[in-house]
Design a binder for this molecule. Structure first.
Ligand code: 5GP
Ligand code: MN
Length: 328
């Protein structure tokens, strides 16, 4: 048995025992929840409701994008704790460190028993039970392996499929394994409609999103003889156009596929002098290492951090690290 299979098996046993014992359960994911995070939180919530009725289960998560709201129970996501006392059991999903639980860090810290399920390489493990599988494409893949396949309902299947689609970039990133495709197949047999989930949540863009994409590409700049590409969205434009971080979906991916580029960077100035940095690599650079230098994290080919200062300095600092790795 591989060590991952062992971790998953041990977690499965303990997870069902802990869920059975708990009266109150909370589930959270990372700040600025993406498809995998939302799919994982709602997928686990649905599974627990289906299998263990009568529990008080809360999903504490930042408000989710409109495009994910078709998922069952999406309206149950909230930002306030529902109970007076501390939670018996708390799940942290798809979240590489406790800081990324943002406003829910304290409630998580107070919980009687904490389970961390994640696939980020940068996750060193926290909580009473840690199930980190960096080889997994997504947290939803790990959840599928933890769940009893026969007991996955259609509503739960839709959530897990969403996570697979988003973290594999519609089954095309290098994390798309045979296992991922097999899981996707099983979820389709449960009634999931791929074209609906993929178009509605991945490819469909608002007019504003397309405008931002056009502008970010138009104003992008190449460095290091075209091996780095970057683009910056300034706070004044963010305010003028009312740009939210979800409006940037797909922008960094389009930058990354520019011919000759090894590393793409997108800086989004969410407040004056505070930049959310997204990094993507085509394989020659480990961007998670670079993001960690700035207090962020992520995966080898997709990572991010928040950096303060002026955009030019941030780009200079990052590009030096990229250059350092390319020279090795
Ligand atoms: P994105 O560029 O799409 O925001 O993030 C890409 C990947 O990097 C995601 O897997 C995300 O979890 C990770 N990531 C992005 N920003 C941060 C951050 O500030 N801290 C950490 N630890 N990971 C991040
Ligand atoms: Mn994920």
């Amino acid at each position: 048995m591989t060590s991952n299979a062992k971790i998953v098996r041990q977690t499965t046993t303990l997870l069902s025992r802990k869920v059975k014992e708990a009266k109150t359960i909370a589930i959270s994911g990372h700040t600025n929840p993406d498809g995998d995070c939302v799919g994982a939180c709602l997928g686990l919530y649905t599974y627990i409701r289906d299998q263990y009725p009568g529990k008080q289960v809360d999903i504490l998560l930042e408000p989710i994008s409109k495009k994910f709201q078709f998922l069952k129970y999406a309206e149950n996501i909230k930002q306030e704790k529902n109970i007076e006392e501390t939670y018996d059991l708390y799940f942290s999903l798809d979240c590489s460190d406790t800081e990324r639980l943002s406003q829910f860090q304290e409630i998580f810290a107070e919980a009687k028993y904490k389970i961390c399920i994640d696939h980020h390489v940068s996750n060193t493990g926290f909580g009473d039970l840690t199930c980190v599988v960096p080889e997994a494409s997504s947290t939803c893949e790990i959840l599928f392996d933890l769940f009893d396949e026969k007991r996955i309902s259609f509503d739960c299947a839709q959530c897990l499929y969403l996570g697979l689609v988003h973290d594999t970039g519609v089954f095309k990133h290098s994390n798309t394994t045979r296992h991922v495709m097999e899981i996707a197949g099983i979820l389709i047999e449960k009634g999931v409609r791929p074209e609906f989930i993929i178009d509605e949540t991945f490819y469909k863009k608002t007019y504003l999103q397309n405008q931002i994409l056009g502008r970010a590409l138009m104003e992008s700049i190449l460095l290091l003889e075209g091996r780095i590409i970057f683009s910056v969205l300034r706070n004044k434009d963010v305010i003028t156009y009312g740009i939210q971080s979800e409006d940037l979906d797909g922008v960094i991916d389009q930058l990354r596929v520019t011919e000759g580029v090894e590393c793409a960077l997108l800086l989004f100035e969410k407040e004056e002098g505070v930049f959310k940095v997204s990094m993507r690599s085509n394989g020659g650079v480990d961007v998670s290492k670079i993001a960690q230098n700035f207090g962020g994290g992520g995966h080898v080919k997709a990572a991010g951090c928040t950096a303060q200062g002026n955009a030019r300095d941030i780009i200079n600092n990052i590009s030096q690290l990229v250059e350092g790795q390319l020279e090795q």
